[in-house]
Design a protein around this ligand. Structure first.
Ligand code: PMP
Ligand code: GLN
Length: 375
């Protein structure tokens, strides 16, 4: 018996390893390739000399919990009780996993909107839940009528991802009104709002679930310092949930990991003392615009990107290959790695679209574009 018979190696690992094998420019897996803030490195080294090398409290380093509460107040005007409503997790991935383990029971239905991040479905299955995968529309927006049609008393949770990986779309006021209406019809529905790219939006402001008062009793939000401070390898993030849900999540968290890396928690706490929230939106908007300009002469059709550090491109005028083959050949022939979109869909739907990560220094983006010009 295998627990995840349909699951293979993640597309992110596969494409990064192919990029390394062919010495290609890696615009596949989402991670920045530029140096992190020097000050954070200094704080990290300084922190390592402090007496903080033993287990942290299971929910997290108390001053960091306080700091996150201030951040929520500053960013979203939301007031929370840090010791009851925040949990530090080993990245957003563990935050998602622990939430599903804690709140999903046998055959509970969980709505997942496709294209969806690769960890959602396996985490639902490992909790013995039933993933109900519903496609986003052609503009990567939720079809709320279709979602409502798929809701019943068996539906325990809906997972939303805003800003959205891979499409870069963001939710708007009308989406939240529709979600709130859905909850008024199904008052036991829980919302898991994956907002790891919350600080990376461009022309339009990020509309966070934190700002919706009527969702607060129903909603768990997921954040990641990996995205916000360019430190994906540190694997540190946090959940915010109302006390009655957080109580259950914390029960599982203590047996899943107990507590998260002490040095990272203390270092981030010190860093948050010093930094204003990074102007991440402006920083990545410049990268997005530059990358789009560089790709303009290529035959790719670029889709809109309102947030995240991902650019989706259609290659329908270049090739008929399926997107996985196209990406493999792009590495081998052009020396550029991207992510096919089909692994984000239930039946690996192939829309002839791929995703580039533009969280790279300009020189890397230029070199990649140069190689893509030969298409
Ligand atoms: N959710 C989404 C939408 C992501 O794109 C990612 C990672 N890039 C994660 C969760 C996981 O974040 P972390 O690396 O903090 O586990
Ligand atoms: N979230 C990152 C992406 O979308 C990858 C993280 C991972 O490799 N698991 O590229």
């Amino acid at each position: 018996m295998t627990k995840l018979p349909q699951t293979g190696t993640s597309i992110f690992s596969k494409m990064t390893s192919l990029a390394n094998q062919y010495d290609a420019i890696n615009l596949s897996q989402g991670f920045p390739n530029f140096p992190i803030d020097k000050r954070l490195v200094e704080i990290l080294s300084q922190t390592a000399t402090e007496d903080i090398h033993q287990y942290m409290p299971s929910a997290g380093y108390p001053p960091l919990l306080e700091k996150i509460a201030s951040l929520l107040l500053q960013s979203y005007q939301r007031k929370i009780t840090p010791e009851k409503e925040i949990l530090i997790t080993a990245g957003a991935t563990q935050g998602i996993y622990v939430t599903l383990q804690a709140l999903i029971a046998f055959n509970d239905e969980v709505i997942i909107l496709d294209p969806s991040y690769d960890s959602y479905e396996p985490a639902v299955l490992l909790a013995n839940g039933k993933p109900i995968r519903i496609p986003l529309d052609e503009n990567f927006c939720p079809n709320w009528n279709l979602i409502a049609k798929n809701c019943s008393d068996k539906t325990k949770m809906i997972i939303i991802n805003n800003p959205h990986n891979p499409s870069g779309n963001i939710l708007n006021e009308a989406d939240f009104i529709a979600l709130e209406f859905l909850i008024s019809k199904f008052p036991n529905l829980i919302v898991l709002s994956d907002e790891v790219y919350e600080y990376i939006t461009f022309e339009e402001k990020h509309l966070s679930a934190h700002t919706r008062k009527s969702l607060r009793n129903h909603c768990i939000t997921v954040s990641s310092f990996g995205k916000t401070f360019h430190i994906t390898g540190w694997k540190i993030g946090y959940l915010v949930a109302p006390e009655h849900l957080m109580k259950e999540i914390k029960k599982v968290h203590q047996f899943l990991v107990f507590s998260v890396n002490s040095i990272a928690q203390v270092a981030i706490n010190h860093y948050l003392d010093e930094v204003e929230l990074p102007g991440l939106g402006a920083f990545y908007q410049e990268k997005r615009d530059y990358f789009r300009k560089l790709l303009h002469p290529t035959p790719f059709e670029l889709l809109p990107c309102k947030g995240t550090y991902f650019q989706v491109a259609s290659y329908h005028s270049i090739s008929n290959e399926n997107d996985v083959q196209f990406c493999e050949n792009l590495v081998k022939n052009q020396g550029v790695a991207a992510i096919p979109l089909s692994p984000f869909y239930k039946n690996n739907t192939d829309l002839k679209m791929i995703r580039f990560c533009f969280a790279k220094d300009n020189e890397t983006l230029e070199k990649a574009a140069q190689k893509l010009l030969s298409l």
